[in-house]
Design a binder for this molecule. Structure first.
Ligand code: SF4
Ligand code: SF4
Length: 441
């Protein structure tokens, strides 16, 4: 009877966690798809290679080897630790105890493989615990500028700390589960690290050992489920999204900025009224220039925003930020994600139908005009990003909207724009006068 109750509790608990996780991930997918279409289905081979190098191989992280190694330890540990979950899930569902161990205990090679796997997980867990402490030290005691800047105040800072605390609780639970299990079973399994810890509990009451083993087991499971549900609300979504985001990286040359077709057509016709140009919209409507809100950005821009790890490497190299301007490319990505979440609240309240909330991504507590104007379009942020995100692409689109839709540009720029429009050049004299300097000689 006890076994049935425990299995039911397990299935209800895990089922509820998966349901909420599904809702979270579905919301993220829905929000990304609010962006306009962009075709990135070409060059599949090159895309796969980029994904393997940048997301799986963490190539760009190794520009800073120490940080990269610390990060890699957590990443590998995160992946490998999940192996232990296979047995936890089977035991939970069927009310068994270490079912894989008992199935393999009389087959020496498989038994050794089982013990090696748990030992490996425990060594990685111990290393990860140390790395987690180092990350907290770096953030809270060393106070690296990229972790203490204003754009991380509030939720982003709490998010970063929560995940580190979750990690430490999870590792503690793994060692509790294994070491109390070892002590309760006279070190039967032969695990190395938890065997040492089990020595601390020797002589304790058998009932107590089993209770603490269960606390570790349920704690381990609970932390994994909490992490699963929490992921879609956290910057740690990059653990999953780094793969599609790097796969769909833009493969254009570095620093390439796409032209606006409508402007290209106008310029070509301006230079040569008989030029062959692509036709405009069939219905004769005026095209929209740039982006004002998330709906005007492409789905890839929105995927970028959800993939941002908030590491601040882009901001640390941004010349505008380094010279004291308000612009932070990290904040551009965080604001884009925040605006998506704001839009999602309106959609959820109206059964998925968008009702204009009178706000947009520009101003309204998100990206200010001052920030947009500060960008030099140098591409350093794109170059630095470990998961191939382009804050610059969003900045350029927002700035185009500011200038071409709202005529919102500083007076210093307006003279140049008027000259471009009238003279096809930034200078004040007409095209016919360009070569006058020749006849002066
Ligand atoms: S492109 Fe703009 S935002 Fe990116 S690093 Fe250069 S100045 Fe900063
Ligand atoms: S855009 Fe890239 S470099 Fe900048 S904070 Fe996000 S993940 Fe880090």
């Amino acid at each position: 009877m006890g076994t049935i109750i425990s299995s039911v509790v397990f299935l209800v608990f895990v089922g509820t966690a998966f349901y909420f996780a599904y809702r979270g991930f579905h919301g993220v997918y829905r929000n990304i798809m609010l962006g306009r279409p962009e075709d990135l289905s070409d060059n599949k081979g090159e895309r796969f290679k980029t994904m393997m190098l940048v997301a799986f191989g963490q190539k760009k992280m190794f520009k800073r080897p120490i940080a990269a190694l610390l990060h890699l330890t957590i990443y590998v540990s995160f992946v490998i630790t999940q192996i232990e979950l296979i047995e936890i899930f089977i035991d939970g569902a069927f009310g068994t105890h270490r079912i894989i161990y008992h199935a393999w205990e009389h087959i020496p090679a498989l038994r050794a493989l089982y013990v090696f796997t748990i030992d490996f997980i425990e060594v990685l867990s111990l290393l990860t615990f140390a790395v987690t402490v180092a990350f907290l030290y770096r953030r809270d005691l060393l106070k690296l500028p990229r972790f203490t800047s204003l754009d991380l105040k509030g939720w982003p800072n709490l998010d970063a700390h929560l995940i580190l605390v979750f990690e430490m609780i999870l590792i503690t639970c793994i060692f509790m589960m294994n070491s109390f299990d070892m002590a309760a079973n006279n070190n039967e399994y032969g695990f190395w690290l938890s065997g040492i810890i089990a020595g601390w509990w020797s002589g304790a009451d058998q009932g107590l050992l089993e209770i603490f083993e269960k606390i570790g087991w349920w704690g381990h499971l609970a932390m994994v489920m909490v992490f699963l549900v929490y992921l879609s609300y956290s910057k740690h979504l990059h653990i999953l999204l780094a793969f599609p985001n790097t796969y769909f990286s833009r493969l254009t040359p570095k620093g390439y900025i796409a032209n606006m077709p409508a402007v290209t057509r106008e310029v070509k016709l301006m230079l040569d009224p008989n030029a062959q140009v692509e036709p405009g919209p069939a219905d004769g409507s005026t095209p929209k220039f740039g982006a004002k809100d998330i709906f005007d950005l492409s789905w890839k821009n929105l995927l970028d925003a959800y993939t941002c790890t908030e590491c601040g490497r882009c901001t640390a190299q941004c010349p505008a930020n380094l010279t004291g301007k308000k612009l932070s490319p990290r904040k551009i990505m965080m604001d884009t994600r925040d605006r998506m979440e704001e839009v999602a609240v309106v959609l959820d309240a109206n059964k998925g139908i968008w009702k204009d909330d009178g706000k947009s991504l520009i101003e309204n507590g998100h990206i200010s005009v001052e920030e947009l104007r500060a960008c030099t379009t140098c591409n350093a942020c794109v170059e630095e990003c470990p998961v191939n995100i382009s804050p610059l692409d969003i900045i350029v689109q927002l700035r185009r909207s500011l200038i071409m839709e709202d005529s919102n540009s500083p007076n210093e720029w307006n003279g140049m724009f008027a000259n471009l429009e009238n003279n096809a050049a930034p200078w004040q004299f007409s095209q016919q006068d360009r070569l006058n300097w020749e006849s002066d000689n």
